[in-house]
Design a protein around this ligand. Structure first.
Ligand SMILES: [Zn+2]
Length: 553
């Protein structure tokens, strides 16, 4: 291509390189940030504007069988939000779960250039990769669900830890995944084996396996660290949504013993109170624990008022929510690889529990001492759409706006949190750049993303500065992906194929001899047809692993 570009005179926020609002040029050659370009290079005049790396979403649900099922479940939501084609972009539909094309465009239109799909069954990997192929502009990867895998449980139960490790690596390769996801580990056996049963304690037995959730969690954290995957085990803890679940969350974080681990949508796991009764907040305690344990990263999973869709591999949770909402519900499972439940949901300001969830998310953000490790997410579409990020950023940056919003919600809930103490923190632009870009990129081990240093991917967003931060972050003036100008003056000017990001940890191919008989006994698909072939990858990039030693407590 040979295209050179210079972004001149913008206020640059590049926290990974210590640049905090300095006016400087950013030079781009082809798809990368470079030190200098020829004097006759094209220019974008960013005078008075804010320049940041493209946004990186570390946890969302945007592709695959469960996402598609949720689209089909809510035709009324799509009818209200038609996305027409333009000379550069294809048509689609929006709503709480946009169609594939609209998903890519809406992320890009918000200045986001990378998003990670956070829960995929191995059998669903092909579907995800096909939808990724139709999700334009952004780079994307996914986390494969292995935390309730019967074959892996058998290896653990029999003490075959070497083979466990090889099998985990095999599964990541076979599905083209980025890392391993655990969801409510241990619960699927109870849920499927007994009527509506769930695990509530990490030391409970997982029915016929002589194992506990704690054994499973420890084994995965250790193995994923040993394999040196770019991102550690990504864990949706047990007891999501239940009063008193902060105890399980703390137990899970302790199980890491200084090893790297990522705790997903931690807001949904920070509740006090007695099981079965109304929750209270233990947000400050969870924030403290994360603050003082540098091996832990988490995304918040902020609840935003309005439409959402609970979409989870945590089947018992979906069953519980269906009881609460009285709404439509799908519970599905293919090949017994994981649970899955979908429940359309609306978060309401005046409802005690909803207001409490909203407030706990804000507590976690406002009490965070390290923005590199408590990261921005709504667990799209579980806590609300990713298109709510600009409003969430305004809640963090603008104390007056936040206090106005706090006054509108259920006050009994606010009194259970420390938000009433007028937490006066206001996130700076640099901190916003960390929680939405530099931090997720670092937690994901994406060395070329989340920053604007030489060698970085030229994924860049340029915002018109505005005192209304929601407006500012909703409509960037320019968006570049891989150095290509996608949006200029708020309008699409090009389309683009993003890459699939995945990991390829080494494994001993002999492990297939152990896995094959299990398939022949139980799966309806032949073992030889199970691993996803390379032709599903199209544009892709293998992200090298990183081995980070455990932190001594
Ligand atoms: Zn999620």
């Amino acid at each position: 291509m040979g295209s050179a570009l210079r972004i001149t005179n913008g206020r640059v926020y590049d926290p990974a390189n210590g640049v905090d609002g300095r006016v400087q040029d950013v030079c781009i050659q082809d798809a990368k940030v470079v030190a200098e370009v020829p004097a006759d290079a094209r220019k974008i005049d960013a005078t008075g504007m804010v320049v940041m790396p493209g946004g990186v979403d570390i946890h969302c649900h945007i592709a695959g069988p469960k996402v598609n099922l949720a689209r089909k479940l809510q035709p009324e939501d799509k009818r209200l939000d038609v996305v027409p084609s333009t000379p550069y972009t294809r048509s689609g539909s929006g709503g709480i779960i946009p169609s594939t094309f609209a998903t890519g465009y809406r992320y890009a239109a918000m200045g986001y250039t990378t998003a990670m799909e956070a829960a995929v069954t191995p059998i669903g990997a092909r579907h995800v990769l096909e939808e990724f192929h139709d999700t334009p502009i952004i780079d994307k990867g996914f986390y494969v669900l292995l935390g309730n895998n019967v074959f892996l449980y058998r290896l653990l139960k029999e003490g075959r830890r070497e083979e466990f490790r090889e099998a985990v690596a095999w599964w990541v390769n076979a599905t083209k995944a980025y890392t391993v996801k655990l969801v409510n580990p241990g619960s699927d056996e109870l849920w499927k084996g007994r009527r509506n049963a769930n695990i509530s304690d990490l030391n409970e037995n997982i029915d016929q396996f002589d194992l506990t959730p704690l054994d499973v969690i420890r084994a995965f954290i250790e193995t994923v660290n040993d394999l040196g995957l770019p991102h550690p085990a990504h864990i949706h803890c047990n007891n999501l949504g239940h009063s008193g679940n902060a105890t399980t969350t703390l137990d899970t974080m302790r199980a890491a013993e200084g090893r790297r681990v990522h705790i997903a949508h931690v807001q949904f796991h920070s509740y006090g109170g007695e099981p079965g009764k109304n929750p209270t907040s233990r947000g400050p305690e969870i924030a403290d624990y994360i603050n003082s344990h540098p091996n832990i990263t988490a995304d918040v999973g902020q609840v935003m008022f309005g439409k959402a869709t609970a979409m989870t591999a945590d089947a018992p949770l979906a069953h519980l929510l269906k009881g609460v909402s009285g709404n439509k519900w799908v519970n599905a499972d293919t090949e017994n690889e994981s649970g899955c439940g979908i429940v359309p949901f609306t978060y309401q300001e005046k409802v005690y529990v909803h207001a409490l969830q909203w407030a706990i998310g804000l507590e976690l953000f406002l009490l965070s001492k390290d923005p590199w490790r408590i990261l921005l997410s709504t667990d799209h579409p579980n806590g609300g759409s990713f298109t709510m990020y600009p409003k969430l950023i305004r809640l963090l940056m603008d104390r007056e706006f936040r206090n106005d919003e706090i006054r509108k919600v259920n006050q009994r809930a606010i009194r259970k949190t420390c938000l009433g103490d007028d937490l006066d923190r206001e996130y700076t632009l640099s901190e916003v750049a960390i929680i939405s870009r530099a931090g997720p990129a670092r937690a994901l081990g994406l060395k070329d993303k989340g920053h604007l240093g030489v060698g970085a991917d030229a994924d860049i967003t340029i915002y018109q500065d505005d005192p209304d931060k929601e407006k500012m972050f909703s409509t960037p003036r320019y968006v570049l992906k891989d150095g290509k100008l996608i949006i200029a003056d708020h309008e699409f000017r090009a389309d683009h194929d993003g890459r699939v990001l995945h990991a390829t940890p080494a494994y001993d191919p002999d492990i297939e001899k152990a896995i094959r008989p299990f398939f022949e006994d139980y799966y309806s698909i032949r073992f030889d047809n199970y691993a996803v072939s390379d032709r599903y990858l199209h544009n892709h990039q293998v992200i090298p692993g990183q081995v980070i030693p455990a932190v001594q407590p």
